[in-house]
Design a protein around this ligand. Structure first.
Ligand code: ZN
Length: 329
């Protein structure tokens, strides 16, 4: 069923695993992700960016996400807004029954220019004040990531300051915090494999042991997926992500949510390219979307196991938003 992400993140934090948050735009992606969640018994966050909502004309994506919950009552699913850029966008997501929102106050409304700390606090606090009385979980962001995805990103990197994080959480009341610790958005973010700032993650977690930390830009861009794209006519030279082992290294230190989008894109594109190259006579979208959905399910299942999410779905006591209001009184 649909649950606020807070109960997933708190459970993950207590049990030292991390919940994958996977971006979705269409039915096949949602079905692939849910297939993986069901097979591995993983709690899951399905998230939509503003770009995804626009692409799907909002109501379609809402209904598909709700269908995922109806189809998988045993799996706790959070329906999350990724990179909310304004109070208006958050209100829109709330009207669409999202159970969890991110307000990215690290950047201004355009998603391109860094906000000041004070601006970030002001917008985040406003969103918390609106969402908590409804039982909706709020994720904030402090620091700025490199890279760009779905039009979001200033191109500047500012790693999160642990002392400022403590102040930010106190001042805003956010449930979880996206931190900048060396990950980056997109497929071309690194020239060489990055090394995450483990010392910063540890310092934040020591100061805020009950706060769920979130890592954006955490696709691994595996060579085997990129190779399939390139082998069948694609052109993705020098794509590079965050190795899975690097992500695993931060899980014991409070990172309870990891965002994955680029890997899903590459995986499905590779499967479609391969299918069409091998079956040039086929023209039914179902013929090539089916292997794409299957490839996605397999890739996501690998991540759910690597993030140690697998097996935890049935341990979580599922509650709805009305019941979640009690967290905030
Ligand atoms: Zn992000």
């Amino acid at each position: 069923m649909l649950v606020p992400s807070k109960i997933l993140l708190d459970h993950a934090l207590q049990n030292k695993y991390c919940v994958g948050a996977f971006n979705v735009n269409n039915m096949e992606q949602i079905q692939g992700i849910m297939q993986a969640a069901k097979e591995t018994l993983s709690p899951v966050i399905i998230q939509a960016s503003r770009g995804a909502l626009k692409y799907s004309k909002m109501i379609y994506l809402q209904k598909l996400m709700e269908a995922a919950a109806l189809d998988n009552p045993e799996i706790p699913i959070a329906m999350h807004l990724d990179h909310g850029n304004s109070f208006e966008t958050v209100k829109q997501a709330v009207a669409l029954n999202f159970t969890s929102v991110m307000i990215d106050g690290s950047l201004d409304e355009s998603g391109k220019i860094p906000n000041t700390y004070e601006q970030n606090v002001a917008i985040t606090k406003q969103v918390v004040g609106y969402c908590h009385p409804l039982g909706i979980t709020v994720e904030g962001e402090l620091g700025t990531l490199g890279g760009i995805e779905d039009g979001v990103g200033s191109g500047k990197v500012q790693l999160t300051d642990p002392d400022q994080a403590v102040k930010f959480v106190e001042e805003t009341g956010v449930d979880s915090l996206a931190v900048a610790v060396g990950t980056s958005h997109g497929a071309y973010k690194f020239k060489v494999a990055p090394k995450l700032a483990l010392d910063i993650v540890k310092a934040i977690h020591e100061k805020l042991p009950n706060l769920a930390l979130v890592m954006h830009g955490s696709s691994s861009v595996p060579k085997e997926l990129v190779d399939i794209v390139n082998q069948y006519g694609g052109q993705m030279p020098n794509a590079q992500g965050v190795p899975l082992e690097q992500i695993q290294s931060v899980i014991p230190h409070g990172v309870a949510k990891v965002n994955v989008d680029t890997d899903s894109r590459i995986c499905m594109t590779g499967a479609v390219r391969k299918y069409l190259a091998e079956n040039p006579g086929k023209f039914d979208p179902r013929d090539y979307l089916k292997p794409a959905r299957e490839a996605l399910a397999q890739m996501i299942a690998v991540r759910m196991k690597a993030f140690l999410t697998a097996g935890h779905a049935l341990e979580i006591k599922q509650i709805n938003l009305a019941a979640a209001k009690k967290f905030y009184v």
